[in-house]
Design a protein around this ligand. Structure first.
Ligand code: UDP
Length: 494
């Protein structure tokens, strides 16, 4: 065991820095927070992980693992007041919200967790050392002040997108532009960045959310620092620039997905996989190394049915083996019908379709995977970077268009499929704007022999650097230890 782990086991509870982690209940936010809990505990801290019954049931694989390993993580299940706030019983995750009109209700229900959380923390023998909460949980700022402890924010963005978002908010960039297609530039951004208004984070208008956004931004400015799930060797220019411009202390502690490479936990990351993992591995084993394109758009993206059909036809004409994760089945029966009406039969020798939750990290890590067509959520992007897999970017909304610029222009480990229109969360989209030809072209650019050699090499190099960052003595490893030290009682922590 490493020196840190050995020391961690020798600390008793009162000596450990105690972090309270309050994740947003959305997969892209909760999953990295479970990794954070694991990392902090492995480095000798104590963690209270705040969750709700339904969300806890999704991460039972992780909970069992933490218990088996004897990690100092307490899972605190607070009752989520869904019904009181006009949500259906059991609606405890953003991916269960049926209409964007209910998003404010969901946010209000989250804020109502304040009292039970205070009650829980008050019952503990010692006050915690620090709250790390999602940026969206603005109401945790008050709790930190009540207990006289720091609050650090986390929102799952990379440094590049964090900086872009900060400049948008600081300069009110979106309000100055009427036309959704007008290009916005980012004063003070260290490299050239221009994006249409509609493609900027924060451009989604959600009923009743203005005040909540204001609270979030104000509380973020009052926070004692920011945790970023990235690593210095990937994007130091933007992380340092964010630190300088905001004057906030930044801890870069990623890629957190590398924290735990136990195959069972990896396969059940975020939720129980909807397909048998052994079967999935068997399929992957039967393919040539680097030959398969993996297609998945995260947990929230709602791709239009027509668009899914075009995507499928593009994959078909690419003639490459693929794994395609589709979550539309329950929402769009027409897609299910189309799949059954010949498509699945035609591609059965080289196409694997996963309906529902896929064991994404397990798949990305497999040697048969040669490319990842992704919506560009930061977790997915970082997972691909760790696996050394180049990408085809297909952004839908939020900061995904910003991430696309990082991957394509800066890291140069991906090609874009060429998305023109935004597919906003919670809006019905009817049309396909990316054609099957565009899909085929992007796949062949990335996967054809000799086509993307340089990109592939760069992706592999970043994968190596990513692993080094979290190894003993690596930049993120050191940053985690410093975080624990600074937030704990000086002299008692690692
Ligand atoms: N994920 C997964 N299986 C799925 C869909 C998503 O394991 O079928 C995981 C993925 O590995 C990532 C997270 O869910 O860790 C999604 O986060 P991301 O930031 O990529 O996108 P979001 O879902 O927030 O749009």
């Amino acid at each position: 065991a490493s020196a840190t782990q050995a020391l961690a086991h020798n600390l008793n509870a009162s000596e450990r820095t105690h972090f309270v982690l309050v994740p947003m209940m959305a997969q892209g936010h909760t999953i990295p927070m479970t990794d954070m809990a694991y990392l902090l505990a492995k480095h000798g801290a104590q963690v209270s992980f705040i969750t709700t019954p339904l969300n806890a049931s999704r991460i039972t694989g992780f909970i069992d693992h933490a218990v088996a390993k004897g990690l100092a993580i307490q899972f605190v299940k607070l009752r989520f007041p869904a019904v009181e706030f006009g949500l259906p019983e059991g609606c405890e995750n953003v991916d269960m919200i049926k209409s964007r009109d209910l998003f404010k209700n969901f946010m209000d229900a989250c804020a109502a967790l304040r009292e039970p959380l205070v009650a829980y923390l008050s019952q503990q023998r010692q006050s915690p050392s620090c709250i790390i909460s999602d940026m969206m949980h603005w109401w945790t700022g008050d709790i930190a002040r009540e207990f006289g402890i720091p609050r650090l924010t986390f929102n799952g963005f990379c440094g590049f997108a964090y900086l872009a978002r900060y400049i948008i908010v600081r300069d009110n960039l979106l309000e100055q532009v009427e036309d959704e297609n007008e290009l916005i530039s980012f004063p003070g951004f260290p490299t050239l960045l221009e994006l249409a208004k509609a493609k900027c984070p924060g451009s989604l208008s959600v009923p009743g959310l203005d005040q909540i956004r204001k609270n979030m931004n104000e509380e973020e400015m009052r926070s004692s620092g920011v945790i970023i799930n990235s690593f210095q060797e990937l994007e130091a220019l933007y992380i340092d620039s964010f630190e300088q411009i905001t004057g906030k202390k930044v801890w870069t502690v990623g890629p957190m997905c590398l924290c735990n490479q136990d195959s069972n936990t990896m396969a059940a990351r975020g939720n129980k996989a909807s397909m048998d993992e052994a079967q999935c591995l068997q399929w992957l084993d039967s393919m040539n190394p680097g030959s398969v394109i993996f297609v998945s758009f995260g947990s929230l993206a709602c791709t239009a049915p027509q668009q899914l059909v075009e995507l499928g036809l593009g994959l078909e004409s690419s003639n490459k083996p693929f794994i395609w994760v589709i979550k539309a089945g329950d929402k769009f029966p027409e897609v299910e019908e189309w799949l059954a009406d010949g498509f699945e039969e035609r591609v059965k020798d080289r196409g694997l379709i996963i309906r529902g939750w896929a064991p994404q990290v397990m798949i990305l890590w497999h040697k048969s995977i040669g490319g990842f067509m992704t919506h560009g959520g930061w977790n997915s992007t970082l997972e691909a970077i760790c696996a050394g897999v180049p990408m085809i970017t297909w952004p839908h909304f939020a900061e995904q268009f910003v991430n696309e610029r990082l991957v394509v222009d800066v890291l140069k480990t991906g090609v874009e499929v060429g998305v023109k229109a935004v597919t906003q969360w919670g809006y019905e989209q009817k049309e396909a704007t990316v054609t099957r030809d565009a899909v085929e072209t992007a796949v062949s650019k990335l996967m054809d022999e000799g086509g993307a050699e340089e990109m592939r090499m760069r992706a592999k190099e970043f994968g190596v650097k990513a692993r080094k960052a979290l190894e003993e003595g690596g930049s993120s490893y050191i940053s985690i230890n410093l975080l624990i030290h600074e937030m704990g009682n000086p002299g008692k922590c690692i």
